[in-house]
Design a protein around this ligand. Structure first.
Ligand code: NAP
Length: 332
């Protein structure tokens, strides 16, 4: 499957309602976008499905010319649930099959829609290879049964990838990861490239309208970065377009969301209008600040209050044990 150089995200960030996102998808489809990144948890697949169904019926686009991706949410990791969720997304999106189906997060921890950063789920648990592989086996069966063309992972780390890849009967086709100039995740990026795993970059503009729970005082806005603004000045464009030009030049597929028609159009044509030079790419690389925006605090389990526990920052998967009603990290 050939991925287009840019796709469109569909997460409403708890701000854009279902209708707004569906209208944006309709406009994008007519403007020429062919890849749409959906997910059951975004709560808008039925409305987007309406748009797809009308586009197929009117001949705006053929089903086989679209790449439609969706994801199993964290509350559907149980046996049989992954299949149920996949079939529901196919039905809601009215597509007959999915091109790529993602395991949205590598653990079964979920939060309520619109929750704040302090929200915790008592059932949340750390990552375990065995849990993950049980879900992945069911993901594999979806491809074998032909419900989906490809299966993929999201929000992994280098340590988690290294732990699960040798166990996969079907390797992930793609990895969807947070990627923007101030957060380039170089080691994980290079690992995916080495393994032949396609890279989909989420929050490619630094998600300026992300939910409140995903904001901290330390966050850097990519579009305010001096390097990005300087290059945007040279091209006479919005800094957001430089973030996309950077992604396209690197060779992964960014999936920006936009509700404004002007932004939807500008994003789609960035690849035709802006080709960054080697010097500009090097300057942007210098702006990397390990600026993770989607930290995932709401996925933490009893016994951890540090979002870094989700991301294996020392390159290892910590050994967590459940003792006296809470998780305890075994220090090496
Ligand atoms: N796998 C995962 O766990 C995961 C996590 C987060 C996101 N995602 C996916 O990644 C997609 C993108 O992430 P995101 O929506 O959080 O953030 P984003 O794409 O980085 O930013 C979207 C915001 O940028 C604004 N924007 C878009 N184009 C612009 C332009 N040319 N100039 C100025 N502003 C512009 C939009 O504003 P307007 O609405 O005003 O146009 C929109 O609010 C999501 O929609 C979702 O599909 C996946």
């Amino acid at each position: 499957m050939e991925l287009p150089r840019i796709g469109m995200g569909t997460f409403g960030s708890d701000r854009y309602d279902e209708k707004t996102v569906a209208n944006a998808v309709k406009f994008a489809l007519e403007a020429g976008y062919r890849l749409f990144d959906c997910a059951s948890v975004y709560g808008n697949e039925a409305e987007i499905g309406e748009v797809f169904a009308r586009a197929f019926a009117s001949g705006t686009v053929k089903r086989e010319d679209l790449i439609v991706m969706s994801k199993v949410w964290n509350d559907m990791h149980g046996a049989g649930k992954v299949t149920e969720s996949c079939l529901k997304s196919i039905e809601d999106l009215r597509v007959g099959y999915l091109d790529v189906y993602f395991l949205h997060w590598p653990f079964p921890n979920y939060h309520a829609k619109g929750c704040d950063v302090t929200s915790r789920n008592a059932d949340s648990r750390p990552f375990f290879v065995e849990d993950f592989m049980a879900v992945w086996r069911e993901m594999e069966s979806l491809k074998i049964k032909g419900y989906v063309k490809e299966i993929a992972m999201s929000n992994m780390t280098v340590a988690k990838m290294k732990a699960v890849l040798p166990l996969c009967k079907i390797k992930p086709y793609a990895h969807e990861m947070e990627l923007h100039p101030t957060f380039s995740q170089k080691e994980l990026y290079d690992l995916c490239v080495r393994e032949g795993i396609k890279i989909i970059g989420y929050c490619p503009l630094g998600s300026p309208n992300r939910p409140e729970r995903d904001r901290t005082a330390q966050d850097i806005a990519d579009t305010e970065s001096a390097v990005i603004k300087d290059i945007a000045g040279k091209y006479g464009c919005h800094p957001a377009e430089i973030c996309l030009a950077w992604a396209i030049r690197k060779g992964h597929t960014p999936i920006p969301f936009a509700s404004k028609e002007r932004n939807i159009l500008n994003n789609f044509t960035v690849g035709d209008r802006i080709r960054l030079t080697d010097e500009e790419m090097a300057a942007i690389e210098g702006a990397d600040a390990d600026n993770r925006l989607i930290k995932g605090q709401v996925f933490l389990w009893k016994g951890s209050d540090d979002w870094r526990d989700l991301w294996d920052l020392d390159g290892k998967i910590a050994d967590w044990r459940f003792v006296n009603d809470k998780w305890i990290k075994k220090e090496n």
